[in-house]
Design a protein around this ligand. Structure first.
Ligand code: SAM
Length: 269
C-alpha cells in the first residue's frame, strides 16, 4: 500500500493504516468512515501521535492493538462533536407542547449528548415551564465531551441560540474569573445526569423513556446499524413516547413501531 499522506515534518500515513483505522472505529463505535475521510483521520490522530512521541501511523496502529486503554483516546479523537444550544428549535417547541399536556415526571434520554448543550437545552426548556420533576439522562461515548458537559461552562457567545426568556431562567452569566462564560442554573443541572454509554453496547435501562433525542449521530452509522438502533430505541420507548432525530436523519417506511409526526419526530406505536 502506498503512502497516502506524508507532509513535511508530518507522519507517514498509508492506505493500510487508513484501512486499519476504519475497521477499528467501526468495530468500537459503529462509525463508518467514508473513503474521503483520510485527511480528517490524519489531522485528528496526528495530535495524539505527537503526544505519544510516536513517528508514524503504523506505530500508532500497533500501539492501539497492544494497549486497549488507547481505545478511549482513539474514539475521542475520531468522533465529531458539533452541537449547539436549542439546535433544531422545532424539537423544543414540540417538547414545550408535550410538557403542557403530560403530567410530570417525564423521562427523557439525550442519547448522544456531546458537550451538554442538548440535555441542558431540554432541561432549561422544562424548568422554564415550572417542571422540576422531569429527568434527563444524557449519554455519550466520548469521555472528553462528557467531562466538558459535566463542567457545564460555556462561552457567553453560545447564548445567542437560546430563546431570551430561557436564557435568563435557565443560565447564569459568569463573574470575575468566569466573566465571558455562562453555566446552567442549579435547577437546570438538577434535572440532568451524565453517563458514558456506547450506543453499540447493551443498554442498562429498566424503565421505558417518554422521549428519546438521538440527533446527528446516526448519520455516522451504516443503514443496518441505523435500523437496528431504531428497533432498540423502540423497545426503550413507552407506547405513545417520541423519538426525535437530527435534521438529516430519518427512517425507512418499513421500520416497524413508529408513526411519523413530521419534523423528524416519530411517535412509538
Ligand atoms: C454531532 S454530535 C451530536 C450532538 C447532539 N446530539 C446534537 O445534535 O447537537 C454526535 C455525538 O455522538 C457521539 N457518538 C458517536 N458515536 C457514538 C456511539 N457509538 N455511542 C454513543 N455516542 C456516540 C459523539 O461522541 C458525539 O458527541
Amino acid at each position: 500500500m502506498g503512502v497516502l499522506l506524508n507532509p513535511p515534518e508530518g507522519f507517514a500515513f498509508t492506505a493500510a493504516d487508513f484501512a486499519f483505522i476504519r475497521q477499528r472505529i467501526f468495530a468500537l463505535a459503529g462509525i463508518r468512515l467514508l473513503d474521503h475521510k483520510d485527511k480528517l483521520v490524519y489531522s485528528r490522530l496526528s495530535r495524539r501521535i505527537r503526544e505519544l512521541g510516536l513517528h508514524s501511523f503504523a506505530q500508532y496502529c500497533q500501539l492501539l492493538e497492544r494497549q486497549p486503554a488507547e481505545q478511549t483516546h482513539f474514539v475521542n479523537a475520531l468522533t465529531t462533536n458539533k452541537t449547539q444550544f436549542f439546535r433544531e428549535q422545532h424539537h423544543f417547541a414540540f417538547l414545550a407542547e408535550l410538557a403542557e399536556r403530560h403530567p410530570a415526571p417525564l423521562r427523557l434520554w439525550s442519547a448522544a449528548c456531546s458537550t451538554g448543550e442538548e440535555p441542558y437545552s431540554i432541561a432549561a426548556q422544562l424548568v422554564a415551564l415550572g417542571r422540576h420533576q422531569d429527568k434527563v439522562l444524557a449519554t455519550d461515548l466520548n469521555t472528553q465531551v462528557l467531562a466538558a458537559a459535566e463542567a457545564g461552562l460555556y462561552d457567553l457567545g453560545d447564548a445567542a441560540a437560546i430563546p431570551q426568556a430561557i436564557r435568563h431562567s435557565g443560565f447564569l452569566k459568569g463573574k470575575g474569573a468566569q466573566a465571558g462564560w455562562m453555566k446552567p442554573r442549579q435547577a437546570v443541572r438538577a434535572l440532568v445526569s451524565f453517563r458514558r454509554l456506547n450506543l453499540m453496547d447493551d443498554w442498562p435501562f429498566r424503565e421505558p423513556f417518554d422521549v428519546i433525542f438521538c440527533r446527528n449521530v446516526m448519520i455516522y452509522f451504516d443503514k443496518a446499524t441505523q435500523s437496528k438502533l431504531l428497533g432498540r430505541f423502540r423497545q426503550h420507548l413507552r407506547a405513545g413516547g417520541y423519538l426525535l432525530l437530527g435534521h438529516a436523519e430519518g427512517m425507512d417506511k418499513g421500520q416497524p413501531g413508529y408513526r411519523s409526526l413530521g419534523h423528524t419526530i416519530w411517535e412509538a406505536v
